[in-house]
Design a binder for this molecule. Structure first.
Ligand code: URA
Length: 439
């Protein structure tokens, strides 16, 4: 039996800038999982990691230990390749909702465990729950069964998966140790790798509406996560995508579901489809059902045009208890806000900016998101018909539609949104949406 490590020994070694051994990292994660390390010791260790960093081998060991702190889903009974996509989060990012059925319709299983929105970014689970009846709280057995039968499951984190992350994330949140590359990488990757996937595609966002504000920071995060995935035998690739303006034209839970259904009908906004096809093509390549991204994109376009992707979405919604009529008549099935008001341009010009963070804050005012983890969200509220950077607008043209359930909140949101959409005299060319590919 190996000698146990005292918490203070391991903390001191990292405090002094040493490279930790795998066994020391395992002891720390075990301490977080079984309670044998006190919260103050875990917090001190997190701060030591924050200040001293970790090399790739240490980050891989941390990810592995966190993944193994709970159950790793066994999807070996699923006979097709299993590939997931993870986004670091943005505004209007509803890609998962339509990408999962598109990829599943191409014969690749998509086991997807997602999160809820917190702060300015939206969460896939909140969006899905705006579909009446849709259950995101499946057990791991139900999850495996859905992946087997429909090729996809869209669920929330279960208590069995990566419990060490739950503990450590809660401590990071209150000890100023969230913004730390190895801790972020291990936290994201341990949960993804516990899903039972064969490969992973990451959408790492950068810009004012993203977690990473600059391209170099996003590149470093993407490279670190790609290295971890590959080191753990799961081919991983990342796209770096811009998040300065919202993705698509809708922001808000049910409104984003409706936009995703439009995507499955071949009526999605160009920017949203560009990111969707790029990520989906990478997934098909990693699954080896397409030889290159061009072929992958063509395959995805085919399943949209033939209606196979929409049909797959109906199957997935029905299999998780949701009202599948949402795919045929979203406005009849999804909750609708009491008030809808058009925000109009006061003058003619070109749209210079639609500041994603401010749009998200306006949506938060309407109740579309949560300020604290325990807050409820209003599924019906948000924005549609948002203009895009580079578009020409005439005086009186619609810049966005505001969907609200409360007139006072509507006024506040309209004021914030009015400031978030900046028009000016000269034409502008938006920056490319997809900046780089890593891996
Ligand atoms: N998302 C996570 O799951 N963990 C982090 O540390 C950051 C974002």
């Amino acid at each position: 039996m190996s000698t146990p490590f005292f918490p203070q020994q391991v903390i001191a070694r990292k405090r002094d800038g040493r490279v930790l051994m795998d066994a020391e990292i395992a002891a720390f994660v075990r301490g977080a999982t079984d309670g044998s390390w006190a919260d103050y010791q875990l917090s001190a260790m997190l701060m030591a990691i924050f200040l001293r960093g970790m090399n790739t081998a240490e980050t891989v060991a941390l990810t592995k230990a966190m993944m193994n702190s709970g159950v790793v889903a066994d999807l070996s009974s699923v006979q097709v390749p299993k590939v997931d996509k993870h986004s670091t989060g943005g505004v209007g990012d509803k890609v998962s909702l339509h990408l999962a059925p598109m990829v599943a319709a191409c014969g690749v299983a998509v086991p997807m465990i997602s999160g809820r929105g917190l702060g300015h970014t939206g969460g896939t689970l909140d969006k899905l729950e705006s579909i009446p009846g849709f259950r995101v709280g499946l057990s791991l057995e139900e999850y495996r069964e859905r992946v087997e039968s429909t090729g996809c499951a869209l669920i929330g984190q279960t208590k069995e998966l990566a419990p060490a992350d739950k503990k450590l994330y809660a401590l990071r949140d209150v000890t100023a140790t969230v913004e730390c590359l190895p801790l972020i990488c291990a936290s994201i990757m341990c949960k993804k790798l516990a899903e039972g996937i064969d490969a992973l595609v990451l959408d790492v966002k950068f810009g004012r509406g993203a977690f990473m504000k600059t391209l170099p920071d996003a590149r470093a995060l993407a490279q670190a996560m790609v290295d971890i995935g590959n080191a753990m035998g799961k081919p991983t690739r990342a796209l770096l995508t811009a998040m300065d303006q919202p993705l698509g034209r809708a922001v808000g839970n049910a409104l984003e579901v409706a936009e995703s259904i439009a995507c499955l009908r071949g009526e999605g906004p160009a920017d949203l489809m560009e990111v969707t096809y790029a990520l989906g093509a990478e997934m098909l390549c990693l699954a080896k059902v397409s030889g290159d991204v061009k072929e992958g994109e063509a395959r995805l376009r085919e399943v949209v045009a033939s209606g196979a992707a929409l049909k797959k979405m109906k199957e997935i919604v029905a299999a998780q208890g949701g009202d599948a009529r949402v795919c045929d008549a979203p406005d009849e099935v999804l909750p609708q806000a009491k008030h809808v008001r058009e925000l109009k341009a006061e003058r003619a010009g070109w749209v210079q900016e639609v500041v994603a963070l401010d749009v998200a804050l306006a949506a938060l005012q309407l109740g579309a998101g949560r300020v604290r983890a325990e807050d409820a969200v209003d599924p019906a509220v948000g924005f549609t018909r948002l203009v895009k950077v580079g578009e020409r607008v005439e005086a009186g043209a619609v810049l966005a539609c505001i969907h609200a359930n409360d007139t006072a909140r509507l006024e506040t949101a309209a004021a914030i949104l009015g400031e978030a959409i900046v028009t000016g005299d000269g034409p502008v060319t938006p920056e490319p949406l997809i900046a780089e590919r890593i891996g």
